[in-house]
Design a binder for this molecule. Structure first.
Ligand SMILES: Cc1ncc(C[n+]2csc(CCOP(=O)(O)OP(=O)(O)O)c2C)c(N)n1
Length: 665
């Protein structure tokens, strides 16, 4: 049989309706390949025209192209760092995508995201993620927002096979399944987890087998076949849109090039590379369409020269303006005066005040949702959300799996889409298993998108040592998060502040973490619930005094006041917010106290926020007056469960008073 006859026969074997679609897919795949080829060459040029690591998707292009074909035009996409193909298939302008890969001012993020963290949440392409698995919980939150909006959208989150051993992937799958979220988890299984074959790290034949463990359908398909991909995605998307919940779609793809641009693949056999090359979707599709080599070469050459022209334009565009490097870490703060207190106060406990604030926000803001472990039916283990599920329903107040990454990550996704999630992390210590979603995700988004997007979520947690609490339930962790640009941090210490600060945090355009004080939950005091929202970042002078000043926050406020009462003329300032820090009030109090300062906090001293206060006071006031400063905190040990041992370590009124007396000598 002649070659011509074979080609003719093949032509007939593809239905006419599929032909146009497959040809279109082939052209898109060639377009993406040209992009990746150009980016690779630019990164290998001397000197390199693209700096840093880039992760290219050669061999995997059919997945984004055909998945998008199976989706509705408003469905959304989250990809990994290997996401250029997804960005282009989603319709982002090629110049802006290439500009971002080159960290140029014309990049979609003005060079702040780069190749591996390109973000465009204002489009259907929400963004890439450079943290393996992190996109899955975020997709859950986007899906929550879609359900709340009733817009019928589905979210696709694409991850690699290696990512299926990542905790946040498991948590996201569990969360999506528990809530029947319209999320499609697309696994681009290229057989490699960076430099390691994933066969070494899985004891299952197909990743999609995992799906049944979560109670969702799982399919394994050929990730080079645009028809299989489109149809599987379309079917799963229709099911999810109809309330059927998430699905896991494993697409088997070849990885044609290395893990990243400088990967020489010394660890990979020739045979493996060869068998990947045979599965190149360009080769397979052109054969399926019986395209002759000349026609294919022409398409490739045209795409390459178009892409060279794009790169040229990018390289001719200005670099980002270095003067903007500090912009968009946080939303600007308007320095208004504290709102006047009005209305009659009612006496209530700290935890009741939290409940009142949650009630107010749910009542007045339809975008607010309140969730976490035990938050719904039980009303929170401390009672903060008691009664809220009954009043506001299970779409707005609900229980989650024990999945802190999914709780925080879904809050990121929901906030990104305009919701106002208020999530509870039962104990601050538990936040440590999920810090990625706060530090790598929430804190970055405003900055990376140059202020076009933000994630104004609120995390409520509680901390501190109480009688019998063990080393894993007693830490004071505020310094850890106050270190992170992009987050707002507060520590309410009175019932009134528990109410006011929560309401201010909900009004804040930036992510806020509130460290409440478990030891104070049952303490009572007057609370005005009728006043306006207080500005964030305002300290409160609790005692006036010119002899010395105690600077404190959170659980140490009571001890500081007791210490001040024991000595004449000692001022106390309760910082309340560590970010933003009220430097003006701090300086004023310290100036009034003649530079004699005790900084008191429950956390241990090394790297505690007290060290930051001391450094700032020296920088701000060191040349105006002599400073005499002492810090009081826990020593650098782990916290024992025994109250006898713990009391020996924890700061208290006597220790603070002793420090004040020492600086008064
Ligand atoms: C949480 C986390 N751990 C490790 C890494 C380093 N890392 C980057 S890519 C990668 C391999 C991921 O493999 P896979 O999920 O299969 O995706 P692929 O790179 O093959 O697309 C690793 C380990 C990371 N970025 N994030």
């Amino acid at each position: 049989m002649s070659t011509a006859e074979t080609a003719a026969q093949r032509k007939h074997s593809v239905a006419d309706s599929d032909r146009a679609y497959l040809l279109d897919c082939l052209k898109q795949i060639i377009h993406i390949r040209a992009f990746e080829q150009c980016a690779l060459e630019a990164s290998q040029a001397t000197p390199p025209k693209v700096v840093g690591s880039i992760h290219l998707c050669a061999g995997q292009e059919a997945v984004p192209v055909a998945a998008v074909a199976g989706l509705d035009s408003s469905d959304q996409i989250i990809s990994t760092y290997r996401g250029h193909g997804w960005a282009l298939a989603s319709g982002l302008p090629v110049l802006e995508v290439f500009g971002e890969v080159c960290q140029s001012s014309i990049g979609i993020n003005g060079g702040r995201g780069g190749s591996a963290y390109l973000m465009a949440p204002w489009t259907r392409f929400i963004g890439e993620n450079s943290i393996v698995g992190a996109g899955v919980p975020i997709a859950c939150g986007v899906a929550q927002a879609n359900i709340a909006a009733g817009n019928g959208r589905v979210v696709v989150v694409s991850i690699g096979d290696g990512a299926f051993n990542q905790g946040s992937t498991h948590e996201g799958l569990a969360f999506a399944a528990a809530r029947d979220l319209p999320v499609l988890i697309v696994c681009e299984n290229n057989g490699w987890s960076e430099l390691t074959p994933t066969s070494l790290t899985f004891k299952i034949a197909r990743i999609a087998q995992r799906a049944s463990g979560y109670g969702m359908p799982g399919m394994t398909i050929d990730g080079t076949d645009p028809i299989a991909i489109r149809d599987t995605i379309r079917h799963a998307a229709d099911r999810a849109r109809g309330g059927g919940g998430p699905a896991l779609i494993e697409c088997r793809v070849p990885r044609l090039w290395g893990h990243y641009n400088r990967d020489i693949e010394h660890y990979r056999s020739k045979e493996d590379r060869q068998s990947a090359a045979e599965r190149d979707p360009i080769v397979l599709l052109s054969k399926r369409l019986a395209m002759d080599q000349q026609e294919l070469d022409n398409l490739i050459a045209i795409a390459k020269s178009e892409m060279d022209a794009v790169l040229e334009k990018v390289l001719a565009s200005p670099l980002p303006d270095a003067a903007t490097a500090l912009d968009h870490v946080w939303a600007p703060i308007t320095h208004s005066a504290p709102a006047p207190e009005n209305g009659e106060p009612r006496t209530m406990s700290y935890i009741q005040a939290v409940n009142e604030a949650l009630t107010h926000e749910l009542e007045t803001r339809p975008e607010v949702v309140v969730y976490g472990e035990d938050v719904g039916q039980a009303g929170g283990i401390f009672g903060a959300s008691r009664g809220l599920l009954k009043t506001y329903g299970a779409q707005r107040v609900f229980d989650t799996p024990i999945s802190e990454s999914a709780i925080l990550g879904s809050a990121v996704g929901a906030a990104l889409m305009g919701m106002k999630p208020i999530v509870e992390i039962m104990w601050a210590d538990f936040m440590l298993v999920a810090l990625d979603q706060l530090i790598n995700q929430a804190a970055n988004i405003r900055y990376v998108t140059a202020g076009r997007s933000s994630v104004p979520l609120v995390v409520r947690t509680q901390q501190g040592a109480t009688a019998g609490s063990c080393a894993q339930h007693s830490q004071s962790l505020e310094a850890l998060l106050a270190h992170i640009p992009g987050l707002r941090i507060a520590l309410p210490a009175t019932p009134q502040d528990a109410y006011d600060i929560l309401r201010s945090a909900v009004a804040s355009p930036d992510p806020c973490v509130l460290f409440e004080a478990r030891g104070l939950y049952q303490s009572s005091g007057p609370v005005r619930t009728s006043g306006p929202i207080q500005p964030i970042g305002k300290a409160k002078v609790r005692r006036q005094g010119t002899g010395a000043a105690i600077v404190t926050w959170g659980t140490m406020l009571g001890a500081a006041l007791e210490a001040a009462d024991a000595i004449r003329n000692v001022g106390v300032i309760d910082l309340r917010w560590l970010s933003p820090l009220d430097e003006d009030s701090l300086c004023q109090v310290v100036l009034e106290a003649g530079g004699r300062v005790v900084v008191a906090h429950e956390a241990n001293l090394t790297g505690g926020f007290g060290a930051e206060i001391v450094a700032r006071l020296h920088e701000m006031l060191g040349d105006r007056l002599p400073l005499k400063i002492k810090r009081v905190g826990s020593p650098d040990v782990r916290m024992p469960a025994s109250p006898v041992l713990a009391q020996r370590l924890l700061p208290n009124a006597e220790k603070i008073a002793a420090a004040v007396r020492a600086i008064l000598i």
